[in-house]
Design a protein around this ligand. Structure first.
Ligand code: HEM
Length: 496
């Protein structure tokens, strides 16, 4: 490790202040032009993005999308992701490829310390390249800090990772931590590029587990982002029409758009509920979640994480949560869903974990007209009903998310890590598959479902009688069940 060296940073530190002034171009460009691989979007793009059906978006909406780096086809995802960095970054890519191997052999930290040098990141210029580089460094950084072969997290992130990661994230105006946007949305590719970007065809570029567990956890939000594109297009179109004078409203168009948004939201919920297909809750909770931990409210990092070569003071950033997306905040702002003040405060904090342009889009929506105000004013019952049906689908999505959180955090929190490790090695010996290979699994799941409400109540009661632990609080330090239920109830209350 390069100890105690101080490097002069080219970019403003972002822990205390993110400089919002500089703008990066959303249009595709790269430092090496044609040599950069962008494997996805080609002539067959509409086939790849299977949920995208062309609709005539109002010119004003298209203009907003351009301004805020939003894609008509994939919403908040990058439409032309970069898959390969210039040659001088080959070592980063090699480490990312071998991360699981090196962790298993307990060689990860040593390899970083002995073999990795600081690589000058300033050659990376395009937004797409920087996001791809950030995704690689995020995984290398998370693996280094949270390597489970050691007693606890590393207190210092070596300069070879810290400096370029910090620089790139400063330029992208996003916090350097394992964010959902970077680890999932900038970390995907297709198994078969001739087939659509359906869930089973999505793969993670960098994974932190040998089996599909990590990939699955990250690809579900990616698929949901793709499925969200028609929701966003529909709501933005409705919002545009409603701002015209009532005489100009086309009731059918508005109702059809709500219907389309409702259907897509229900499809997103179906995707969400597939979490158990390749991710076992015990593996998630005891095996994977430590790698998602941030440096904020982390008992293992009482002074935060020191970015060597950046600052001698520890930095505190929350860890990875799929809440770090613009999907729900954009709907909440447009509708609006009126959250409890504590939720509003937390959600505002989360906005520094999504791209700057999306953060600005949310601010733009916050200050604009709302769907409920405009619909209520019109007193149009047909539109009102279509709107309420859409809200029902949204409430259903949030209730389903609570079910997921219950089985992936609340229930495993009452089990011991040692028990999980025992099952792990037993399964390894038998060369068994990790998930869903237990003949009784469906019966067990059914039983678990029946038991959830009481179990949740029990956990909730316990929560108030002891100090906060990882089981009680989300990655952002929220008492998450209270937070999530309040959000779901506020969504329901948005109905007209
Ligand atoms: C194993 C799977 C998952 C677990 C254990 C989980 C857990 C949590 C927790 C604990 C929170 C509370 C806030 C925080 O700590 O940051 C949260 C919030 C949230 N999660 Fe998840 N989550 C999972 C999957 C997903 C997926 C796939 C999505 C899809 C985008 C998602 C979207 C959200 C959103 C949007 C919020 C903010 C609350 C809201 O707006 O409804 N989560 N999640």
């Amino acid at each position: 490790m390069l100890k105690h060296q101080i490097y002069i940073l080219k970019h403003t530190p972002i822990n205390t202040a993110i400089n919002e002034d500089e703008a990066l171009n959303c249009e595709t460009s790269s430092s090496e032009g044609e040599s950069i691989e962008s494997s996805l979007v080609s002539d067959s793009e509409e086939q790849v993005f299977d949920v995208y059906e062309k609709m005539e978006l109002p010119a004003a909406v298209k203009e907003l999308y351009k301004r805020f780096c939003i894609s008509e086809k994939v919403g908040f995802l990058i439409e032309n992701p970069v898959r390969k960095l210039p040659e001088q970054f080959a070592k980063w890519e090699e480490l990312a490829k071998n991360v699981v191997d090196l962790l298993e052999k307990n060689r990860f930290r040593k390899t970083i310390e002995e073999e990795l040098k600081i690589i000058d990141d300033s050659v990376l210029q395009s937004r797409e390249e920087m996001f791809h580089a950030a995704a690689i460094l995020t995984h290398i950084g998370a693996a280094y800090v949270n390597d489970q072969n050691f007693g606890g997290p590393a207190q210092v992130l070596p300069a070879q990772i810290a400096v370029p990661w910090f620089n790139i994230c400063s330029r992208l105006k996003i916090h350097p931590t394992l964010t959902n946007y970077i680890a999932a949305n900038c970390n995907w590719d297709l198994h078969d590029s001739s087939k659509p970007a359906e869930l089973d065809n999505l793969k993670a570029i960098t994974s932190l587990t040998r089996n599909r567990a990590y990939e699955w956890f990250m690809m579900i939000p990616v698929r949901m982002e793709i499925q969200n594109a028609p929701v966003l297009n529909s709501l933005m179109s409705i919002r545009h029409i409603l701002q015209l004078s009532v005489k100009e409203w086309d009731e059918d168009t508005i109702v059809n758009n709500f219907k389309r948004a409702e259907i897509s939201l229900r499809e997103m919920t179906t995707t969400l509920m597939r979490m158990r297909d390749h991710l076992d809750p015990m593996e998630f909770y005891h095996g994977m979640r430590p790698y998602l931990a941030g440096s904020y409210n982390n008992p293992g990092l009482p002074n935060g994480l020191i970015f060597e070569g950046v600052s001698a003071e520890g930095k505190r950033f929350i860890g990875g949560s799929a809440a770090q997306t613009a999907i729900t905040p954009s709907m909440d702002a447009m509708i609006p869903v009126k959250h409890h003040q504590a939720v509003v405060d937390y959600n505002l904090k989360l906005r520094h974990y999504i791209p700057k342009e999306h953060r600005e889009f949310l601010e733009y929506l916050d200050n604009g007209p709302t769907l409920t105000d405009m619909i209520a004013e019109s007193e149009n019952e047909v539109i009102c009903e279509a709107f309420n049906n859409f809200i029902d689908a949204y409430v259903h999505m949030r209730s389903s998310h609570i079910t997921i959180v219950t089985s992936f955090i609340v229930l495993p929190a009452s089990s011991k890590k040692e028990d999980f490790l025992k099952t792990q090695s037993k399964r390894k010996d038998q060369s068994e598959q990790f998930v869903d290979d237990d003949p009784d699994s469906s019966a067990a799941q059914k039983k678990e479902k029946e038991e959830v409400p009481e179990e949740v109540r029990r956990m909730q009661r316990r929560k108030y009688s002891r100090s906060h632990s990882l089981s009680d609080v989300g990655t952002g330090g929220t008492p998450f069940m209270v937070y999530l239920k309040s959000i779901r109830d506020a969504t329901d209350a948005a109905k007209l």
